[in-house]
Write a new protein. Structure first.
Lengths: 679, 318
């Protein structure tokens, strides 16, 4: 079995590699290249998904896939898959499968305009680098893959590099991601200096208390930047809109989750949780990210920026689960720890499904209407009904509404918070309660935000010519989204299909089986999910809803007779010239919330009139803007200080003269030699 | 079999009683204004009449507009199923808790807000946007207050909570429950579009929220929307009275008789709370839209104080 599994994983990796090579070879024949490369990715991801499921269900313990020791010290390409890796690989494979199907149609609009061979090469190697991150068994290989992932995603972000905006986004992204990598590097070095080993599956017993805390902070900053935790999130809303939509789907769907993987792998598996404050820090960061992420999302009218902020929000929800897990584990409460870990992992998986899907939806809208600005959309539900249906499903899922999957993971998060409130730990209980309130607020604001997204872009009248001329997208794009939407519903209705897999991870990492606590069977009709005395059954709910709709239809038919409908215009106060400009705009829709939370947004507005301003203004111009507080008050002052500092040192240290630089090198080498000689 | 009886009784009681609450509130308002007012059962006649009328549907709208009334109506009933009208009725677990209750209502609200944007009118957007604000602000306070009572009974399941509070004597003498009661009362006012948050009897564009969202509806669609709102209102009232004014422990026996008695007492409690809501509605004026956050904050603070007191005093009988 193990040998078979190893070959399966290897086959998947080699297929990706083959896809990368072939897309370079076929660079000249763009159409063929696109189809072949994507089909190879589909096959490879199908293999990967199957292998991950088999691994979790039938093989215990980590399996080595590939071990290659090189002559260079420390560098060994060592791949191992344990249950934690496998669950992330499963999420990755499912998303890659759907995105690749989608890409066949989506990339076709680049044919003849761009180098598709190069794009597919980058796309495939980017996937491959993420697989390496998720499976590497030593820190050096992890680091190399991490760096490769960052660089490849940078190239994909700036793929449409002729736009100045995209270059700026790419620059910000690469700076932030390298800052993060620097922190990770220092963390790994500290680990090595105590354990003399880069092995991730080894023991961390030699690391003293203080060093552990420092490593925790370093890794938290490093991984937190990649995940987009507030206040390190600023690259997300720039990088996601710049990248092509299929790449944004991968970046938001799974790349930022590799940071969650990193946090679990290094902190939980490797270091072990001993301090309660680790969990508290993560929980507080989670609360801040969830609430602020969704609040900023509400203010955005660029679909992809809006979705990027929602990634921040969902990372926050995942971190709430993870924080509760860490707190519970530090207090030796394995059961709650396992429950919270299950919640966090399930939300990670779910977010991959619906956020990947939403970015694909944004791509479809852009494909059809050539704009990302929802103020210019409207009425798309009549032009692209299938896309509209899928986007509606994803919107419901991300707003944690039954019967979709987002609800299940949020329910588990609520339950873990509920279980974590134990009399006698006053401070922790208060944080848990605040987390409950924050989750509630986040859920409601997310629903508001997605009513805005769906309502303004798909419903009503088209607000621009582009939206008027939009047509349904190619069928492959809809298939890719359709699979994700179906999975959202399936996981929502039958949570045990995926919880069975996640439970194995929890057993591995925490040592307690949650499935025993989460009662319920596999694929039985009546399907409750239970945590001790609390139970829900989305399936029963769906059956009840459908039954009620049928009964009410019947009753109404009996009382009211046949349904007779009259088409007529919307009430326009007798004005008789309803037009698209009289609808509510996205700005107007979110304005009440903007005013309520004005402390977060610091909105400004400017109204200019021409002519008599009171009775007969010829033109009125109204502009409104809001400040992104973190950029304004945290990053700009920092950048200003660094600039001033470098201005000052420019003439004294950075002289530009090669002689001085040689001198610096000489002094440095000398100092190191002396250090080695005497210490 | 038991669960079938539960579902049947639950649906019948809620559907039959829901419009009555509106009738009582309207009647009391009329009486305070020295009017005779419409009969208490007026809403039943209205619904019956509306169901027989033709529907006018906007040319602009899509299928979202037409399915929304059914979703709003059925989600309201499904939500009502999770809140038992009598603890004598229920012998086993029901597969849903208050977190699911909030989520089911969110499903209905999502479609209602979307449908309001579907007709491309200004009023719909106005209502939808305001509803988005109010519902998000009130959500933390619902969850925290229900978490408080949940912690006391160590369960998020509503029948369990209702059973547990029956052993606490008179909950409303206990500081924890007083806070939760007040917090939930504000929640009810906000969620059911009552003065001072919204005015159900006006069609003035400056003030309306819920009415603005359903402005384009007519005929059977309107009937369903109105009925759905009434059922949602009764669900919240049931939640409040059965958790904070428990009475089933007073009935010493079991069987059909106990159930009937329990339902009668339940209806009396509902009438009592309707009167309280009507009195609040008569004695206050509608708030400015941007004063509503203060009310929501008040509700949240009360809920939060409630849970703080739970940590200090515990939830059992004083």
């Amino acid at each position: 079995m193990e040998l078979f599994l190893r070959n399966l994983f290897l086959a998947s990796v080699l297929l990706y590699l083959f896809g990368a090579v072939i897309s370079l070879i076929l660079m000249k024949r763009q159409k063929a290249c696109n189809i072949i490369a994507n089909f190879i990715c589909i096959a490879a991801s199908a293999l990967g998904a199957a292998a991950s499921v088999i691994k979790i269900l039938w093989v215990n313990g980590p399996i080595g896939i590939f071990g290659f020791k090189s002559a260079i010290p420390f560098v060994s390409l060592d791949m191992k898959v344990d249950n934690l890796s496998a669950i992330f690989l499963l999420a990755l494979s499912i998303l890659v499968l759907c995105v690749s199907i989608y890409s066949i149609g989506y990339i076709s609009h680049y044919i003849g305009k761009r180098n598709i061979g190069l794009f597919n090469f980058l796309y495939t190697t980017f996937i491959l680098s993420m697989i390496f991150v998720l499976t590497s068994a030593n820190a050096v290989f992890f680091y190399i893959s991490w760096e490769a992932m960052s660089l490849l995603s940078y190239f994909l972000v700036v793929f449409e590099s002729e736009k100045e905006k995209n270059q700026r986004a790419g620059r910000l992204y690469i700076i932030m991601t390298h800052l993060a990598t620097a922190f990770l590097l220092i963390g790994f070095m500290i680990i090595y200096s105590y354990t003399k080993s880069f092995d991730l599956f080894g023991s961390s017993a030699g690391i003293p208390e203080a060093a552990r805390n420092i490593i925790f902070i370093l890794l938290l900053i490093g991984f937190g930047t990649k995940a987009g935790v507030i206040p390190l999130h600023i690259w997300l809303p720039y990088a996601h809109p710049a990248a092509p939509s299929n790449v944004s789907a991968l970046m938001s769907g799974i790349m930022i989750k590799t940071a969650i993987y990193g946090l679990i792998r290094f902190l939980l598996c490797y270091l072990g949780i001993e301090h309660t404050w680790w969990g508290v820090v993560i929980l507080v960061l989670g609360i801040a990210s969830a609430v602020l992420g969704v609040a900023y999302a509400l203010m955005e009218h660029n679909i992809k920026r809006l979705l990027a902020f929602h990634s921040v929000e969902n990372i926050g929800i995942i971190l709430i689960g993870l924080g509760v897990c860490f707190i519970a584990l530090a207090q030796n409460n394995e059961l709650v720890g396992g429950l919270a870990l299950t919640a966090a992992l399930l939300h990670t998986f779910n977010h991959t499904l619906f956020k990947g899907g939403l970015f694909l939806g944004a791509g479809s809208i852009q494909y059809a209407a050539h704009t990302k600005d929802i103020e210019k959309l409207g009425g798309l539900i009549k032009k692209m009904p299938v896309t509209a249906l899928f986007v509606l499903c994803f919107s419901l899922a991300i707003s944690a509404i039954v019967p979709f999957n987002g609800f299940i993971s949020e329910w588990l998060t609520y339950q873990s918070l509920f279980a974590n409130i134990i009399p006698g730990q006053a401070g922790l209980n208060l944080i848990s309660i605040l987390a409950v309130a924050a989750l509630g607020l986040t859920g409601a604001l997310a629903a508001a935000c997605f009513v805005k997204l769906f309502g303004i872009s798909f419903l009503g009248l088209p607000r621009s010519n582009q939206a008027l001329k939009a047509k349904e997208v190619p069928v492959t794009m809809n298939i890719g989204m359709g699979i994700l939407a179906a999975l959202c519903l399936i996981v929502g209705l039958f949570p045990f299909t995926i919880l069975r897999l996640i439970d194995q991870v929890a057993i591995d990492l925490v040592g307690s089986s949650i499935l025993g606590q989460l009662h319920g069977g596999f694929l039985i009709v009546y399907y409750p999910l239970k945590v001790s005395a609390n139970s829900i059954s989305p399936l029963a709910l769906l059956i009840v809803l459908i039954a009620l709709i049928l009964i009410s239809l019947l009753v109404i038919r009996i009382i009211g007779g046949k349904y007779i409908e009259r088409k007529y215009g919307t009430w326009d106060c007798g004005f008789e010239a309803l037009n698209a400009r009289m609808q509510y705009s996205a700005t107007g829709f979110s304005k009440p919330i903007k005013i309520v939370f004005k402390i977060l947004f610091r909105p400004t507005r400017k109204t200019t009139f021409e002519g008599d301003w009171l009775y007969h203004p010829e033109t009125i111009e109204y502009t409104t803007s809001f400040t992104s507080v973190f950029e304004e008050y945290l990053y700009y002052p920092m950048i200003r200080t660094i600039k001033q500092f470098s201005q000052r040192t420019k003439f004294r240290i950075q002289t530009g003269s090669i002689h001085n630089y040689l001198l610096y090198i000489f002094i440095m080498v000398l100092a190191l030699m002396l250090y080695n000689r005497f210490v | 079999m038991n669960s079938m009886i539960y579902i049947l009784v639950q649906i019948l009681v809620i559907i039959m009683a829901a419009p009555l609450v509106n009738g009582i509130i309207k009647k009391i308002k009329a009486l305070t204004q020295k009017r005779k007012g419409a009969p208490v059962f007026q809403m039943y006649f209205d619904i019956y009449k509306l169901l027989q009328k033709n529907s006018v549907v906007s040319e602009v709208s899509s299928w979202i507009f037409k399915v929304t009334p059914y979703i709003v109506f059925t989600t309201a009933i499904a939500a009502a199923l999770l809140v038992p009208v009598s603890t004598k009725l229920i012998t086993q677990q029901i597969p849903g808790d208050f977190i699911m209750l909030v989520s089911i209502l969110a499903l209905g609200r999502f479609f209602m807000m979307a449908a309001a944007l579907d007709t491309a009118g200004t009023f719909g957007g106005m209502g939808s946007s305001r509803e988005a604000m109010i519902s998000s602000l009130i959500e933390p306070s619902i969850l925290v207050s229900l978490f408080t009572v949940g912690l006391i009974s160590q369960s998020t399941s509503l029948p369990q909570i209702m059973n547990a509070v029956q052993n606490t004597g008179v909950p409303l003498l206990h500081p924890v429950y007083i806070m939760v009661f007040l917090a939930l009362l504000i929640v009810i006012i906000a969620e059911t579009s009552r003065i001072p948050v919204d005015d159900p009897s006006t069609h003035l564009e400056l003030t309306m929220v819920h009415e603005a969202m359903i402005l384009e509806y007519s005929g059977r669609h309107l009937a369903l929307m109105e009925y759905g709102a009434a059922i949602k209102q009764l669900t919240f009232i049931t939640l409040l009275v059965n958790i904070l004014i428990p009475s089933d422990q007073l009935i010493g026996f079991t069987g059909i008789g106990a159930l009937a008695l329990s339902l009668v007492i339940y209806l009396l409690k509902v009438v009592l709370l309707s009167v309280i809501i009507a009195i609040i509605e008569v004695n206050t004026v509608k708030f400015r839209l941007f004063s509503i956050p203060n009310l929501a904050a008040l509700s949240f603070i009360l809920a939060f104080l409630g849970i703080l007191q739970y940590f200090i005093l515990g939830g059992s009988h004083v």
